[in-house]
Design a protein around this ligand. Structure first.
Ligand code: GRF
Length: 196
């Protein structure tokens, strides 16, 4: 199964996938491509360090829907040219066009740092802290045309401790993400999940 990762920032989830492949834990998975909207981001550096092909698809003008659709069409072409079977959003901070989502329906997943449907969108960890809930977690889900709304594949919860800050909580959330996302990719590669 040939996968592509889309990322905009640090890329620690990308690194978890690279490491899992390096350890032989992602049987049958080839990380063929890393795409980003942010030239020079750490995720792209991690891809280059791992010898993975990269591509940058910026929004060069004001992101009207037409400009976004054109950019996403170019990404679809690149992903098809590389014969990508599964697209993994890992900290990709752009909304994808409906055409992109439809092109990869059932083959497009995202990792989100909350127990969806609670706390979709930006700063989910901060949202959970502000809400004063006793637990939060991580969700891996198929992507549909909404923001963090697609069918859930896997979730893992963790308690919020008294005195937790955004940093201490984020550290524990990320540790879960780095296990959960590769484990879902293995399941999909093994054919134990068939899309939605
Ligand atoms: C993660 O918390 C992920 O759940 C969210 O964005 C963050 C990306 O972190 N979608 P990284 O770039 O993988 O380090």
């Amino acid at each position: 199964m040939r996968i592509a990762v889309l990322a905009s920032g640090n890329g620690s989830n990308l690194q978890a996938i690279i490491d899992a492949i390096g350890e032989g834990a992602l049987t049958g998975v080839v990380l063929a491509l890393v795409l980003s909207d942010k030239p020079g981001c750490r995720a792209l550096e991690r891809a280059v360090e791992a010898g993975v092909a990269t591509g940058v698809f910026e929004l060069l003008t004001t992101p009207t829907s037409g400009v976004r659709a054109e950019r996403d069409r170019a990404m679809i072409e690149r992903l098809r040219a590389e014969q990508i079977d599964l697209v993994v959003l890992a900290g990709y901070m752009q909304i994808l066009s409906a055409e992109f989502v439809q092109a990869f329906a059932g083959r497009l997943i995202n990792v989100h740092p909350s127990l969806l449907p609670r706390f979709p969108g930006l700063d989910a960890i901060g949202q959970a802290l502000d809400a004063g809930v006793a637990e939060t977690g991580v969700t891996v889900h198929y992507v549909d045309e909404g923001v963090d709304t697609g069918p859930v594949i896997a979730q893992e919860s963790l308690p919020i401790e008294p005195g937790d800050t955004a940093d201490t909580l984020a550290e524990r959330v990320h540790a879960i993400e780095h296990r959960l996302l590769p484990s879902v990719i293995v399941e999909i590669a093994a054919g134990r999940l068939t899309g939605h």
